[in-house]
Each structure stands twice: as C-alpha cells, then as structure tokens.
Design a protein around this ligand. Structure first.
Ligand SMILES: C[S@@+](CC[C@H](N)C(=O)[O-])C[C@H]1O[C@@H](n2cnc3c(N)ncnc32)[C@H](O)[C@@H]1O
Length: 250
C-alpha cells in the first residue's frame, strides 16, 4: 500500500500531536496497536514538562520515547527486554535525538536505575506483561521521586469477564489475555498498596475502534488478513479496548 493511502486510512483527529509523524514509520516499526496514539492518549491525562527525566518502560522500538522527547522536550530512558538497544539507537539517531533518548536493555524486575531518579514513569502496551503482580508497583514506584507521575496504557477489558474465555470471543481468545484488566481493576490493584495515589483510571475513548482500524490497515499493508482484526470486529467494543491509568507516588 502506498504511504498516502495508509495516511488516509489512519487519519485520526483524536491525536493531533501524533499526526505530525509519518504513519509509515509507525506501521513499519509496530509491535502491536499504534503506540504513538496510545502515548498521546496517556499524555492527555499525565502532564509532562520540559526537562523532566522520563522512563519509557517496555518501549519496544522506542517510537513512544522519540514521540515524548520531541513533543514535550523531556529526556527519555528507553528501556526494553526484547528489542536491542542498538536497534533503537538507530531510530533515535535518525530522529536526531542522540542527547535526549537513551536506549538500554532492562528487565522490569531488575531495573538498573537509582531510586527516585525519574520525574515520570511511562509504559505503553507493556506493563501488563510484568506489572500484574500485587507487589510490583511497590518496586517500580521507587524509581520515581515522591510525588512523581506513573502512567500506563494497556490492552484491557471494559469489565472483568465472569468466565474465561468470554463466550463471544471463544474462537479468538489466547490464554495470556487473562492479563487484560478493567480500569476499576487497575485502580484497586495500585491503590490498595498505599504506595501510589491513582488520579485517573479510565477507558480510552474509541480505543477498540482505533485498534481495529490500525490492524485492518496493517493487514492490508502486509497483504494478509489478521485474526486480531476479526476478533475486534466480532467484539465491537463490548469487552476489548485500552485501559489508561495515571497515578503519582505518595
Ligand atoms: C507489545 S510490546 C510493546 C512495545 C512498545 N511499548 C509499543 O507499544 O510498541 C511489549 C514490550 O514489553 C516489553 N517487556 C515485556 N516483558 C518485559 C519485562 N519483563 N521487562 C522489560 N520489558 C518487558 C517487551 O520487550 C516488548 O517490547
């Protein structure tokens, strides 16, 4: 598919900052739903200020790290397990952000940072892989200064299903979707520890629809239909979407 067609298919008025970036860059470096849209959704409830030190935890291909550095003039540590820092460094250099984005390899349970080092911790489409343990937020929040911000956007469910797999999604369900949780679940999960105060735990507006549009466009670009698009179409926003949580360390 040519770049203009892709840009037309994926135009999204909800995310004007994201619209300044090449949609081809986003599609070619994607690991899942468009992380740049999701990062912008998070920053709508998590104000970042110039000069802040930000951890982008589970940054994948570092698109969100580049986006945050450019849009908010923050300094970003782009930490990931599966994607090599060398690969991310190429994208960072191409974006001209050598001094502002620092790629590194990190496992979420053994973070190589000083406690209280960051002003904000951000994680897009990654925290559900390592953060559903009750005790994790107590560990993770140590790396932000007291009063500092912590925000995530993760694939989620509007409400916790009563049965697994949910009957209308039985043919598509993968076992690890059990880590998808509702805004209410995440609020309680963090708040009960007393380590953070949750400011916002909500559902990204039209998240499922953007997720479907994204998958349809990526599938067309690749030239093969994907099962995830079929699942999202079948669900039609009843259960699946994105949970957004913004909190601060007590
Ligand atoms: C679906 S990808 C999303 C990447 C990127 N944030 C994005 O939205 O495009 C999930 C990311 O979580 C990271 N991840 C999963 N488990 C992790 C762990 N235990 N420690 C650090 N990163 C982890 C992976 O390396 C992967 O890049």
């Amino acid at each position: 598919m040519d770049d203009d067609e892709l840009a037309t298919l994926l135009a999204n008025e909800r995310y004007p900052r994201s619209a300044r970036y090449s949609i081809r860059w986003m599609v070619d470096n994607a690991m899942g739903p468009n992380p740049v849209w999701l990062a912008e959704a998070l920053t709508q409830v998590m104000p970042l200020e110039a000069g802040m030190r930000v951890l982008d935890m589970g940054c994948g291909t570092a698109l969100t790290s580049i986006f945050l550095a450019k849009e908010f003039d923050v300094e970003v540590w782009a930490a990931d397990l599966w994607v090599k820092p060398t690969d991310n460094w190429s994208r960072v250099a191409e974006a001209g952000l050598h001094d502002q984005v620092h790629p590194l390899h990190a496992e979420a349970h053994a973070l190589p940072f000083s406690e209280r080092f960051f002003d904000a911790l951000v994680s897009i489409d990654a925290y559900h892989y390592f953060g559903t343990d009750d005790l994790y937020i107590g560990y993770y929040s140590r790396f932000v200064k007291p009063g500092g911000q912590i925000g995530i956007v993760v694939p989620g469910v509007a409400e916790e299903p009563e049965t697994f797999p949910p009957s209308h999604l039985e043919r598509y369900w993968k076992w690890d979707f059990c880590s998808f949780h509702s805004p209410a679940w995440w609020r309680h999960h963090w708040q009960k520890t007393g380590q953070v105060s949750v400011d916002v735990a909500d559902w990204v507006t039209d998240g499922w629809h953007d997720w479907l549009r994204w998958n349809v466009a990526c599938d067309r670009d690749r030239g093969e239909p994907g099962e995830e698009a079929a699942m999202l179409r079948e669900d039609a926003g009843r259960l699946l979407g994105f949970t957004r949580v913004a909190a601060h360390r007590r």
